[in-house]
Design a protein around this ligand. Structure first.
Ligand code: J2J
Length: 528
């Protein structure tokens, strides 16, 4: 029987039927998708990480062994397990072991800390939490212990890399077979976020694999593909646009790296003959500006994808002459829609547009303030509905207004659509800061700032930055009689860090103000 998770907004039956009839949703689960490739390519290299090379056969074994381990722990179909790991080969094995038994991984970026992860564990009523002992100098084992003691649902914390996987690997393997249905929720991901608490995005096997297949076609992924993955593997750009999922499904090789700086990435490209990579704009700029590009053979790199934030046309024009690769822009969102520039589109298109949807079933509306469609070529709010776009956040009826009554997602992006269907992102109507592709919800930071004893009111905003696009600025109205030194930038950052907020959300700049301009209803006016 289908898995019914409370708090998931279903697709109306007529839409589901249409997507299935049109062959966009297929009768396939995540593990079936991968195991087809594992069987066909068992001797070929699936994953490379440092000196570690893992064949498809070995990956399959590892998945089924871990799956048996999870089953022994008592993890069942539908159970949520928060996965909080850096890019390591066992990330893939662990997540697919959970898929194999029909459990629901909750995919979180490794940069998150107690404030976010604690909430995510609670919100998803997770029974398991998987992390690594330490990352970037942060003690995540301690975080795991803290979660375990404060959560009423969490039973299992697993620390990878310090013997924590051994109990799972102790005995036996499962046999690969269908233990979940294509219409089941496969995983929960994190929305970029606009609210004081993260929102969870539920994708089913059908919705997500539809987007993976479409992306693979758009990016010419084959068994010859060697893909370098430097962005966090929990992020949809690294996962399905075309991401590691497309490459593994095609029998190609995924080279994982801890980060995308030129000194790390260029030697990997030269050594493994990398053909495609996905980058956020600041990384793409770092590659373009790096003198190291002359010291390494980057000639195999055919496609450099850039997305997550706006890539300037001037930078995009430099990619072919300076790196010898075709730039492919991608604009996407955890909620579902993703767009790509076609690889064979004109230089003008690929340098100025953020892409076109992957299927005709992706419905695009560009509307004015009254939800009336604007003319082609005019800017408006992007609404979208389609086979890979969710109909509502997980367990969040209070946020259902982000979807229209007929199921369009209000992306909060301002775009212009041209006559060929290509989108150019020109702005944003949602309250979000895009810090070099990493999304910061001002409301989340403001909420924590208000807990500071010296802060009376706070407003967090994006300010322009040449490299990151935007940085985070906190405007603070101190309480009467407060010594301004208690609200210096380092003190404010330390305070928020202590609250367990991820480092990339910490203000880059603090300014103390004596009053805030208000809107007609008395709220702080961010614009003014
Ligand atoms: C401008 N803004 C962009 C772009 C995303 C592929 C690629 C990216 C994401 C992603 C993704 C942008 N130009 N090229 O999920 O599959 C901003 C928009 C968007 C928000 C979504 C994928 N590409 N953005 O970035 O969920 O504001 O997904 O609504 O992290 O990033 O962020 P996120």
């Amino acid at each position: 029987a289908p898995l019914v998770l409370d708090g998931v907004v279903p697709y109306p039956p007529e839409f589901a039927q249409k997507y299935r009839e049109n062959g966009i949703w297929l009768d396939q689960t995540f593990t079936e998708f991968l195991f087809a490739s594992i069987e066909q390519h068992s001797e070929d290299t699936a994953l490379i990480f440092g000196d570690t090379r893992i064949t498809y056969g070995q990956l399959g074994e590892r998945i089924l062994t871990l799956a048996a381990g999870f089953e022994r722990l008592g993890i069942r179909r539908g159970d949520r397990v928060v996965v909080h790991l850096p890019n390591i080969p066992d990330y893939v094995a662990l997540v697919f072991a959970l898929y194999e038994i029909g459990a629901v991984p909750v995919l979180t970026p490794i940069a998150l800390r107690l404030h976010e992860i604690g909430y995510i564990v609670e919100e998803s009523a997770a029974r398991g939490y998987i992390t690594t002992a330490a990352h970037d100098g942060n003690d995540l084992a301690a975080l795991a212990a803290e979660l375990k003691s404060s959560s009423s649902t969490l039973e299992h914390t697993i620390i990878v890399g310090s013997g924590g996987l051994e109990p799972l690997l102790a005995q036996g393997t499962l046999e690969h077979r269908r233990r979940s249905l294509p219409s089941d929720v496969a995983f929960l991901a994190l929305s970029g976020g606009t609210t004081d608490r993260p929102k969870l995005v539920p994708h089913t096997h059908e919705t997500y694999l539809a987007s993976v297949r479409a992306a693979a076609a758009m990016t010419d992924i084959t068994s010859d593909t060697v893909q370098l993955v430097v962005l966090p593997m929990s992020h949809s750009f690294a996962m399905r646009s075309p991401g590691y999922l497309s490459t593994l499904a095609a029998g190609g090789t995924v080279v994982m790296a801890p980060n995308g700086s030129p000194d790390v990435a260029f030697p990997l490209i030269a050594e493994h003959g990398v053909t495609i990579v996905a980058l956020v704009p600041p990384l793409a700029l770092a590659w373009l500006n790096s003198s190291l590009k002359l010291q390494h053979d980057l000639s195999t790199l055919a496609v450099m994808q850039v997305g997550g934030a706006k890539f300037s046309p001037d930078s995009a024009r430099r990619v072919r002459p300076e790196l010898g690769a075709t730039v492919q822009q991608s604009f996407g969102m955890a909620e579902g829609l993703h767009t790509f520039t076609r690889l064979d589109a004109s230089e003008d298109i690929i340098t100025t547009r953020q892409g076109r949807p992957t299927t005709d079933a992706d419905e695009i509306r560009v509307v004015d303030a009254h939800d009336v469609d604007v003319e082609i070529g005019s800017a408006g709010d992007l609404l979208t509905r389609g086979p890979s776009t969710i109909r509502g956040y997980y367990n969040a009826p209070q946020h259902q207004h982000v979807f229209t009554e007929d199921g369009f997602y209000r992306t909060g992006d301002i775009v212009v659509q041209d006559a060929d269907g290509y989108l150019t992102v020109t702005g944003r109507s949602k309250d979000q800061i895009n810090r070099g592709g990493e999304k910061v919800a001002p409301a989340e930071v403001e909420d924590l700032l208000l807990a500071h004893e010296s802060v009376h009111e706070a407003s967090v905003q994006g300010i322009p930055d040449a490299v990151l696009g935007e940085r985070v600025k906190a405007f603070l109205l101190p309480r009467a009689g407060v010594d301004p030194k208690t609200l210096s930038l380092p003190k404010v950052r330390q305070f928020l860090k202590g609250k367990g907020l991820a480092a990339y959300k910490l203000p880059d700049v603090v300014e103390l103000v004596t009053e805030f301009e208000r809107t007609a209803v008395g709220k702080i006016s961010k614009r003014k």
